[in-house]
Structures are given as C-alpha cells and as structure tokens.
Design a protein around this ligand. Structure first.
Ligand SMILES: C[S@@+](CC[C@H](N)C(=O)[O-])C[C@H]1O[C@@H](n2cnc3c(N)ncnc32)[C@H](O)[C@@H]1O
Length: 225
C-alpha cells in the first residue's frame, strides 16, 4: 500500500505545473496536476477565500493564529496552506486520491508554515470521529458542485461543527446545467442547520473578489433540546 501511494505521488509530482500565490509571509508554490479532475487546479473561489482569511476584517473577527482549522474538498490545498502559513493548525482534507497532491504541496511550502498542516482523506458523509475535537474554523472552496454529494457535504458540516465554529464557504455562481438548482438546494439544506450571512465585497480582499463568487459565513444554530 505504501509503495502504491509513493508511486502515485511520483506520478502526480512528475506531471504538474506550478502556480505562485502570494501570502502574507512569502510566496506559496502550488503544484497543479496536468491530468485529473476538478481537484487538481486552483479554482477562483479558493483564491477569494484564501485572500479573505488574510484580510483585516477576518483577522479582527476570527483570526488564524493557533486556531484549529479543517478544510473540506481542499483540491491542491492552497487555502489550508495559507491558513497554516498564517499560524493556524490545519487539517486539510479531500478524497483519498487527492491527498498525495495536497501532501506534495505541503512539502514544497513547509518553510512557510508557522502553525501546522496535515493532509487527510475525508469523504463527505463518512464518520468524522477522528477529526475531533471540533475545529474553530471550517473552510470550503468551490464544493457546491456535485449533485450526489450535496447532502453528504451538509452532513459533514453539521458533524464537524458546533455553535462556536466559523464555517466559511466560497463558491462560484454557475448558470449552466444543474448548477443553479444545486446552489438553491444547498442553501435550503444548510439553512435548516446554520445561520447564513453573505460577506460583502467591501470586507473581502480589495483585488480578489468578484460579483459571481459568493463568500458565506455560516454559524450553527444552537438547538436547545
Ligand atoms: C471544484 S474542486 C475545488 C478544489 C479546491 N477547494 C479549490 O477551490 O481549488 C471540488 C473538490 O471537492 C472534492 N470532492 C468532491 N466530492 C467529494 C466528496 N464526496 N468528499 C470529499 N471531497 C470531495 C474534489 O476532490 C475536489 O477537490
């Protein structure tokens, strides 16, 4: 098994192209894979989210230093790596096949990490007991994308959070195919469990924001039994 993982990591490493992304304490080098699905490139929503968590607005309301952060559907891992470069303790997650790409990006950027960072497999809807205790912050970029895993994603958000967890979800509004319906369904599902507020553009990064990229802050409803 170890051998297979190493082979896969080599394969990914050998067929990548690099993107440089500035963060507060240096330049991240992010490997994107030439071959693969949507997990293997940095999406615009990831950039908007990664830049927002470095703004004065986020630092004054939440902050990252010494915070426990879980990223879901991390792809290249760029958002989680920036959080770790800003001092957070980050558990970056995606499907098992994507973990080697995140791990390879961790290795390249290890010198920028001032908190800590691990790459882990987590398929939405699965048991999350190994990811306890509850994180202070959950980050999700461009994951309102898959019909079959919309409900499992909301289940995982619920399982990982409590009323003190800040959940930031950033997604690109898409107008084709089933995407508008998925977005509507997602809003209905999360609003059953979370209070949802859109973060206005004036609080986002002055350059990295866009009218078709939505940044949401979710807080779990404190249900008293
Ligand atoms: C559009 S990509 C976004 C990647 C990254 N967050 C970004 O914005 O650059 C969606 C990500 O969700 C992950 N994903 C899809 N279905 C998933 C599932 N059921 N459980 C966990 N991750 C999943 C994919 O592997 C992929 O990395």
């Amino acid at each position: 098994m170890k051998f297979k993982m190493a082979e896969l990591a080599d394969e990914i490493f050998n067929r990548t192209f690099e993107r440089e992304i500035e963060c507060k304490n240096g330049t991240l080098r992010i490997q994107q894979a030439e071959v693969g699905d949507e997990s293997c490139v940095v999406w615009d929503a990831a950039l908007v989210l990664a830049k927002y968590i470095q703004t004065d607005h986020f630092c004054s309301t939440d902050g990252l230093i010494n915070r426990r952060v879980i990223e879901l559907g991390a792809g290249t891992g760029v958002v989680g790596l920036i959080a770790a470069a800003c001092g957070a303790h980050v558990c970056c997650t995606d499907l098992p096949s994507v973990v080697p790409l995140i791990e390879s990006n961790r290795q390249i950027n290890q010198h920028l990490i001032t908190g800590s960072f691990t790459a882990n497999s987590l398929k939405w809807g699965q048991d999350v007991s190994t990811f306890q205790p509850t994180p202070g912050i959950i980050l999700v970029a461009d994951c309102i994308y898959y019909e079959e895993s919309l409900f499992p994603l909301v289940v995982t958000l619920c399982d990982l959070s409590d009323a003190n967890t800040t959940v930031l979800i950033c997604y690109e509004e898409r107008t084709t195919g089933n995407k508008p319906l998925l977005e509507k369904k997602f809003h209905e599902l999360v609003r059953e469990h979370f209070t949802v507020k859109e973060i206005p553009e004036e609080h986002q990064d002055p350059v990295y924001h866009s009218p078709d990229i939505h940044l949401l802050r979710l807080t779990k409803k404190d249900v008293k039994l």
